[in-house]
Design a protein around this ligand. Structure first.
Ligand code: GDP
Ligand code: GDP
Length: 459
């Protein structure tokens, strides 16, 4: 089975579908339900390094919605006491990777200790402030082969996860209803959502040409501006269509605070930028090519990095500079030297005045929008992790060896990778930076911040 991981590529790369994971103790019917949901389609077995299990990925479709099902099963029953850790690992990983969790129980067995243990883990993360995004859980009561057994499902209320959903995976009863419930809970596919609303914020210091650039963007030949602009407190949102894709331009330039004198204006521009950055996918940081980079520019770029957004550095007023290869290189060097927190941000040499390369700026934004929606298959993420660790093992400060066992891409927009280690607190900042650089070399992600999270997992 090792090596099958590369076959998993079609599931992740390039397009994004929501993911549902099936969790539950052994023998409740996970593989039976998985096969029902996937139907005749091919399942893909993925060998997860550093863990004791394989898992199955399958593509499923219901009422025109495509999604991915993971069967996290494959538990190898060794010793009874070994189960606990395995189950925790299984459930935690599912919670990281999946958008919806199907928690399967067996009505013929009633509530078992292991069911309660799984429910406890699931409930913990559903609590606000758990540090994890709450994921919907559907409690599926399997083996409800007849009405009497279906009624027995009420017993599972005590798990504190809402209404048990009776099905018989084996007899294909209740499965359609379950699929209906599932697609209600799944988020829209990444591609759809990305195309639906790519939000660009135009930010920068006063007088760099933000208003002019906004006008140049909206005045592009291929841009169709919608009538309905909306003003939020500190910005104007203008929906528009470019190359058949709907975008929103968040413009912080037009609004001037009444009664404020020039003195405070730089500060307000940073505040406005910050608010716009929070709401955008990609920030267009406008710089004036005829001026030096200022502290405010670095502050704004810092906010973009902190908020894990995409960014394009627009060197505006390029009509004033002689457009030569040498000049471009020299300016790029200067800018990159100072924008240390966002070395991944591409430059666009533009002129709002003449319209130079404004279309190129929008094309770049579309590309970055796609990059932010990429999902890297777990097998490739772990191959990259193994490579990085082999080249440079994490330094172990004390007697205890630091071991990073497993990683997975948990989210898109921004691409977010979660690393599971024996003790995450021992992983130094510089090592985290090293891993990020390694992942970027391997997977690209040009134009966007990516997030790396580290979690401890008991051995
Ligand atoms: P897993 O270990 O959770 O993946 O469970 P399996 O899918 O391998 O199923 C365990 C056993 O339960 C198998 O013998 C299945 O045939 C049986 N099973 C699965 N679903 C049902 C069901 O809906 N009704 C009944 N009666 N048996 C089922
Ligand atoms: P904002 O304060 O960032 O919104 O900047 P504005 O859009 O108001 O522009 C500030 C000044 O720069 C105005 O005088 C513009 O005419 C000028 N300007 C803006 N874009 C360009 C450009 O691409 N080239 C040149 N030469 N001047 C520009």
């Amino acid at each position: 089975m090792a090596g099958a991981g590369t076959d998993a590529a079609p599931i992740g790369t390039g397009f994004t579908r929501p993911v549902a994971a099936i969790v539950g103790r052994p023998n409740v019917g996970k593989s039976t339900l998985f096969n029902r949901l996937v139907g005749a389609r091919q399942a893909i077995v993925e060998d997860i390094p550093g863990t004791t299990r394989d898992r199955l990925y399958g593509e499923a479709e219901w009422r025109d919605r495509a999604f991915v099902i993971i069967d996290t099963g494959g538990l190898v029953p060794r010793a009874e006491e070994g189960y606990s850790a395995l189950i925790r690992e299984q459930v935690e990983t599912a919670m990281v990777e999946a958008d919806v969790i199907l928690f399967l129980v067996d009505v013929t067995a009633g509530v078992t200790a292991m069911d309660s243990e799984i429910a406890e883990i699931l409930r913990r993360t559903l609590r606000p402030g758990s540090g994890q995004a709450p994921k919907p859980v559907v409690l599926v009561a399997n083996k409800a082969d007849n009405p009497r057994r279906g009624e027995a499902a009420v017993e599972f209320y005590e798990l504190g996860l809402g209404d048990p959903f009776p099905v018989s995976a084996h007899h294909d009863a209740g499965v359609r209803e379950l699929k209906d419930r599932l697609i209600e809970l799944l988020p829209p596919a990444g591609g759809e959502a990305a195309a639906g609303q790519l939000r660009l914020a135009v930010v920068g210091r006063p007088n760099v040409g933000k208003s002019a650039l906004v006008n140049a963007v909206l005045g592009q030949e291929r841009v169709i501006v919608s009538e309905q602009s909306g003003t939020t407190r500190d910005a104007v949102d203008t929906p528009f269509v470019y190359k058949d894709l709907p975008l929103v331009l968040i413009d912080t330039a037009g609004i001037r605070r009444p009664g404020k004198v020039e003195r405070g204006i730089e500060k307000y521009s940073v505040m406005r930028a910050r608010e716009a950055i929070e709401r955008c996918d990609i920030a267009v940081l406008v710089l004036d090519a005829t001026e030096k980079l200022a502290a405010q520019d670095l502050h704004i770029a810092g906010h973009v990095a902190d908020a894990s957004k995409g960014m394009i550095v627009a060197l505006n007023k390029w009509d004033v500079v002689e457009d030569t290869e040498e000049n471009r290189e020299e300016y790029a060097r200067k800018v990159l030297r100072r924008l240390k927190f966002t070395p991944w941000a591409p430059l666009a040499f533009v002129s709002a005045k003449t319209g130079l390369n404004v279309g190129g700026l929008l094309d770049l934004a579309l590309e970055i929008g796609e990059t932010r929606s990429l999902r890297i298959p777990t097998s490739e993420v772990n191959a990259a992790l193994r490579e990085a660790v082999a080249a440079h093992p994490p330094p172990s400060p004390g007697r205890r060896a630091v071991r990073i066992k497993y990683a997975t891409q948990a989210e898109i927009r921004p691409p977010t990778f979660v690393f599971f280690a024996n003790d995450a607190s021992l992983i130094h900042f510089s090592y985290r930076r090293y891993l990020e650089n390694h992942f970027r070399r391997r997977f690209g992600f040009e134009g966007t911040a990516i997030k790396l999270e580290f979690r401890s997992r008991r051995e």
